[in-house]
Design a protein around this ligand. Structure first.
Ligand code: AMP
Length: 280
């Protein structure tokens, strides 16, 4: 059965009120829709842990720094509801922009330090938009648990930070990245790739694995990185925003893997910005 689609806050509150009285665990899975198996893995994790699960679908204009990206973002609500049917979640929370940001809305949630680098540096305002909407989604749904993908690792750390700093009482769970068979990390934006670009896209993950292998053999980061960027540009990527080795706990730049580290990448292919990260 497809779950009820709720669009107004009073309806959502009516649904959650008895859950709160019962002290239930309420899991929330925030998404922007165009659901794929990556999103569905978060839903499965939430279903495993929680008494009730709410999936949210909101294409949040505040986190898009590029109007064209917002206009092109895939919207597939009916398909999304169908894909969720087998999970028997309690509700889809699908607010519109007026519900989320009514006239006069003037509050901004901003997380510092973690957002100075990578997507924070390349997408001005992006993480303020994420932090603001996630704070609202947590308080709207009265979540006790929230599920985020490691695919967006920087976002996961930002959300953990804000949940702790603001005493939101939400445990933030990180779930592993789900990939296509050729290694490409699943992403709603993959729908925007042409057939040709789709054949090139897995190179990003391949080059990251090459760097990880080199590091494991004791090679220096800088030449490995330079070679990978060259090969990506030769393969057809038009720009590499970053290809960074960073500490997994605080995103400080590192040059070796003496401490738990991840390799992070963002690159443009045929006008589509792909991001990925792997543990090394
Ligand atoms: P989005 O709809 O792209 O905003 O993503 C919603 C949630 O799904 C975020 O927590 C993402 O990190 C997560 N997610 C997106 N792609 C994947 C993936 N390939 N594997 C696991 N989680 C993902």
């Amino acid at each position: 059965m497809t779950a009820p689609i709720l669009r107004s806050l009073p309806d959502l509150r009516t649904m959650t009120a008895p859950w709160l009285r019962a002290g239930a665990r309420i899991g929330v899975v925030p998404t922007m829709g165009a659901l794929h198996d990556g999103h569905l893995s978060l839903v499965a994790a939430a279903k495993r842990d929680c008494d009730h699960v709410i999936v949210t679908i909101f294409v949040n204009p505040k986190q898009f720094n590029n109007p064209e990206d917002l206009a092109n973002y895939p919207r597939t609500e009916d398909d999304d509801a169908r894909k969720l049917a087998r999970f028997e979640v309690d509700a889809l929370w699908v607010p519109d922009c007026d519900q989320m940001y009514p006239g006069g809305f003037a509050t901004n949630v901003s997380v510092s330090d973690l957002t100075d680098v990578m997507d924070g540096a390349h997408r001005p305002g992006h993480f303020d938009g994420v932090a603001t909407v996630v704070t609202k989604l947590f308080t709207q749904t009265r979540a006790t648990d929230a599920y985020f993908g490691e695919k967006d690792f920087q976002q996961l750390l930002v959300v953990r930070r804000l949940a702790a700093d603001l005493d939101l009482g939400v445990t933030v769970h990180g779930c592993p990245t789900i990939r296509d068979i050729d290694g490409l990390a699943l992403s709603s934006r993959n729908l925007l790739l042409s057939d040709r670009a789709r054949t090139i896209a897995p190179r990003l993950h391949e080059e990251m694995e090459e760097i990880a292998k080199g590091l494991a053999h004791g090679e220096a980061l800088a030449p490995l990185r330079e070679r990978a960027v060259d090969r990506l540009l030769t393969a057809g990527f038009t720009k590499v925003d970053y290809l960074d080795l960073r500490s997994q706990s605080d995103l400080r730049s590192v040059t070796d893997t003496a401490q738990p580290a991840r390799l992070f990448a963002a690159a443009y292919l045929a006008g589509v910005r792909l991001i990925d990260n792997i543990a090394v």
